[in-house]
Write a protein that binds this ligand. Structure first.
Ligand code: ADP
Ligand code: ADP
Length: 230
């Protein structure tokens, strides 16, 4: 079974101030199997963020079909959104939120009942339990990333998407991220991550799709792909 099915996905951003339109995704076909750690690899500007922002429901596609955990985004938007959690790249967050408050708001957005919220478990998992009540403005970049991972997990999604999780991250945080990714995957969660580091994708991912100029140029199991590139 597939966690994600994408058919003919297109995204064109309208140009502003007389700039031409930008075709960021030019007809992507991609399936991502349940239970895998799947890497989306490609240079800056390839369309990786656009793709995962569409999966997350944050960017509206121009054309094509997206099914998340079997739910068509257009037919069952709520169920498709509930199936996926996304750790974005941007670290900007409301300076007056505390980690505990941010997780609570996120859980509320996803309709997680109070009795089912695992706020402290999640904060412990990402190593923020001693910062539960600190204001976000006092959190370092690394701590904000930890919080973003925690937020992506509040509704216990089937699929976790991480957008360039290790860009500019120190070794300790990188290890925390990979440990959590492996453990969540062992528990059955499907993981999708973007990166522009081949070595990182090679080390972490079962399968890799390489995206360039808005198209999937190669998609294969990691071991085959490495052989094809060498
Ligand atoms: P990647 O994540 O692989 O770096 P992006 O999805 O961010 O790629 O960008 C793909 C292309 O779409 C780039 O040319 C980028 O400049 C453009 N783009 C991304 N977001 C927008 C936007 N909101 N408006 C206009 N163009 C955008
Ligand atoms: P990435 O590391 O994914 O390439 P970018 O720095 O390209 O990230 O983009 C950062 C943010 O700016 C994203 O939310 C993206 O959608 C937006 N963006 C990127 N290119 C453009 C653009 N040409 N016009 C407007 N917004 C853009």
């Amino acid at each position: 079974n597939n966690a994600i099915e994408i058919e003919g996905l297109r995204k064109t951003y309208a140009g502003s101030n007389g700039e031409p339109d930008k075709e960021a995704l030019k007809g992507i076909d991609l399936t991502i199997p349940q239970g895998s750690i799947f890497g989306l690899l490609g240079p800056n500007g390839a369309g990786k963020s656009t793709l995962i922002n569409i999966l997350a429901g944050l960017v509206v596609k121009t054309d094509g079909a997206v099914r998340i955990w079997g739910f068509d985004q257009d037919v069952n938007p709520r169920q498709s959104r509930a199936s996926i959690g996304v750790m974005p790249q941007e670290l900007n967050m409301d300076p007056f939120f505390t980690p505990r408050g941010a997780l609570d708001v996120q859980a509320g957005l996803y309709g997680v009942p109070r009795a089912q919220r695992r706020t402290m478990d999640i904060l412990r998992m990402v190593g923020l339990d001693d910062k539960a009540d600190a204001y976000a403005r006092s959190l370092s970049g690394g701590m904000r990333r930890r919080l973003l991972l925690g937020k992506a997990l509040v509704h216990n999604p089937h699929i976790l998407v991480l957008d360039e999780p290790t860009a500019g991250v120190d070794i300790e945080l990188r290890q925390m991220l990979w440990q959590n990714v492996r453990r969540l995957n062992d528990q059955g969660m499907t993981i999708i991550l973007t990166t522009h580091y081949l070595e990182e994708a090679q080390e972490m991912c079962d399968e890799i799709a390489i995206i360039n100029h808005g198209e999937v140029v190669i998609r294969d199991e990691t071991q085959n792909l490495i052989r094809r590139i060498d």
